[in-house]
Design a protein. Structure first.
Length: 135
């Protein structure tokens, strides 16, 4: 097992049949790599930031050197304009920009298990661009 700490920023946008939402965030992820080989990784992670938290199970497959296809099915909560409990099964691409920096592009449905605005059961399609720095 190996533990890594990532700090990142993300900008996202998404919509349901009722409304559009966008935003951004800063946060940290602690990831415990359960299984790691040259071209495959499986982990458990905990992420958190300003008014949100998430538990996930990331899996990644290396396509070419420095480029990974990943998914990280997760469960989380957000607070703010409306309180939301959600599940998210994203698919993304991570491209290394150097030894410690990565650029991320992700597309994900986000399913509201509870939403303070009454959109419980709503499915958001969310796209995001982000960057991470690994210590």
């Amino acid at each position: 097992l190996r533990c890594v700490l990532d700090f990142g920023m993300v900008a996202y946008g998404g919509y349901t049949d009722r409304q559009y939402a966008g935003g951004g965030g800063l946060g940290a992820t602690i990831r415990v790599r359960i299984f790691e080989r040259d071209s495959f990784r499986l982990a458990f992670d905990m992420s958190g930031g300003w008014l949100w938290g998430e538990l996930g199970f990331p899996v990644a497959v290396r396509l070419v050197n420095g480029v990974w296809l990943y998914s990280a099915p997760s469960f989380g909560a957000m607070a703010g304009f409306d309180d939301i409990l959600f599940v998210r099964p994203p698919v993304g691409l991570s491209v290394a920009l150097g030894r410690d920096w990565s650029l991320l592009a992700e597309l994900s449905p986000q399913i509201a298990l509870f939403d303070g605005n009454g959109d419980t059961g709503a499915i958001w399609l969310r796209g995001s661009l982000g960057t991470t720095y690994r210590f």
